[in-house]
Design a protein around this ligand. Sequence first.
Ligand SMILES: [Zn+2]
Ligand SMILES: [Zn+2]
Length: 178
Amino acid sequence: MEGGKLCGICFTEAINIKQHLLRMHKVANLEELHLLQKYGSARTTAVLDCPCCVKKGVVRLDKHLQNLHNKTSSDERAALLREAKRFAIIKELRDLRLSDPSVPLVSELDLGTSYHMDQERPGPSRVDYEARIQRLEARLTSLERSHALLQKKCRSLQVAPAPVAPTSAQKGEHVDKH
Ligand SMILES: [Zn+2]
Ligand SMILES: [Zn+2]
């Protein structure tokens, strides 16, 4: 979508990303909101890490990609630059999370990325993953339970004859229920 900004929570595009983040995702932490807006347009003035090698803090990443990685297509370079910028913003989100903000974060971008991140510090991501697995397992159990209930319901519906809807001729007649 032209002019759309990428939502870092549901990964759809929104024209008005700020409203989308506030209304759809109830982002309440203003710093998080600001970072997610930057993520949406992949705009940052932060120093960038090269997505193609281990070099960090590359001053002219565009030139670096062209000269060191032989990325001659400007489209490809633009895509890699966007990736590097989004990654820099994700790191800011991670730092925000590590600062233990009083208003909790709703986005999880910094919990699922691995690009150069593991080398830096182990961080709390392992614990977060364990909590997420627990949540997902609980959800799976409840889904399995409702699935079994639905199957049971489905079987009983197949056995019993379907209730006959009163036709227009029968309208007004008393329908005897047993
Ligand atoms: Zn969204
Ligand atoms: Zn590089």
